[in-house]
Write a protein that binds this ligand. Structure first.
Ligand SMILES: [Zn+2]
Length: 307
């Protein structure tokens, strides 16, 4: 076991010696707070995007890849789009598109009320290899966790148990901040051979019962170390805790990327983006960074357009 730490913004892998099941504990402090505070979305939108964030961090940590893991919802409800990205080295970003009036008028904060009908997409973009499509499922269930379970049932043969929590907390001195946390346990198919099936079913049942005892407050408590929480849950399972991976807010936008995007546009589309002075600006939806192009720069973009 590594030394106890109160570190936030981490993904901590663990293994249960009794059953060979693997898992991961996620703690998000500043990472989720910076993104949700910066966007200043309505609370119901922030909460769902916070859930996307913690799910992206949780699922990305279980994969071997070099590039970007991305979760996305596209649907016909008040929130039409949500994106949460996590790179192989823990850089996270996300945003949502929504109709503020429709969000305010929604019956409740469930997935059917806020997202409506649509899809949940999981993609891994491998560096230098283009998008490697992974999976798409219909949005089904009341919560995003339900939708993710549906995804695992349909598109991957990986048994997955997960508890997540997202909350806008108050420090008692008037400062509010977002926190998120998760514990996930997975049973990878290659680790269960046929003659172990009966034991494996019992191991899984016992582990899910233990996972079911975790409280939202424990997932979110900044004063409860990940090690103490994992020992509390899985002490009898012989939990082995590995070194954490740090998570942080990182956008990958740049002037060069925005230029490359604009060069793919038709001249009339670029013209329609121009301000009165002939220039234009592009704002990154992830981080709100604004890239400004004056009249001369726009002229050059049109001249260098790629087809
Ligand atoms: Zn950006």
């Amino acid at each position: 076991m590594t030394a106890e730490s109160i570190a936030d913004d981490i993904s901590k892998p663990f293994q249960l010696e009794q059953s060979a099941l693997r898992g991961r504990l996620i703690r998000l402090g500043d990472t989720v707070d910076v993104v949700l505070t910066r966007h200043d979305y309505p609370p119901a939108v922030s909460r769902l995007l916070g859930e996307m964030f913690v799910l992206a961090a949780t699922l990305a940590g279980g994969l071997k890849f070099k590039g970007t893991f991305s979760l996305q919802t596209r649907s016909d409800g008040p929130i039409s789009l949500m994106v949460a990205d996590c790179t192989h080295d823990g850089g996270m970003r996300g945003y949502a598109k929504f109709d503020a009036e429709a969000v305010a008028a929604a019956d409740d904060a469930s997935v059917p009320s806020l997202l409506g009908k649509g899809h949940f997409a999981v993609t891994v973009d491998q560096d230098n290899q283009g998008a490697a499509y992974q999976g798409l499922v219909e949005l089904e269930g009341d919560s995003l966790t339900d939708c993710i379970h549906q995804y695992f049932r349909q598109s991957e043969q990986v048994k997955t148990g997960m508890k997540i929590a997202v909350e806008h907390l108050n420090d008692g001195a008037g400062t509010a901040f977002w926190r998120a946390g998760a514990v996930m346990v997975q049973c990878l198919p290659e680790e269960v051979s046929a003659d172990q099936d009966k034991d494996a079913i019992e191991d899984w049942r016992r582990t899910m019962m233990l996972l079911g005892t975790v409280k939202d407050a424990e997932l979110l408590d900044p004063d409860l170390s990940p090690e103490r929480l994992l020992l509390r849950l899985f002490h009898q399972e012989g939990v082995r805790i590995f070194d954490p991976q740090p998570l942080s807010v990182r956008c990958r936008c740049s002037r060069e990327r925005v230029e490359a995007m604009l060069k793919r546009f038709q001249p009339e589309d670029i013209d329609s983006m121009r301000q009165e002075d002939g220039g234009l600006f592009v704002t990154c939806e992830f981080c709100n960074e604004t890239y400004r192009f004056d009249e001369r720069a726009v002229g050059e973009l049109i001249g260098q357009r790629t087809h």
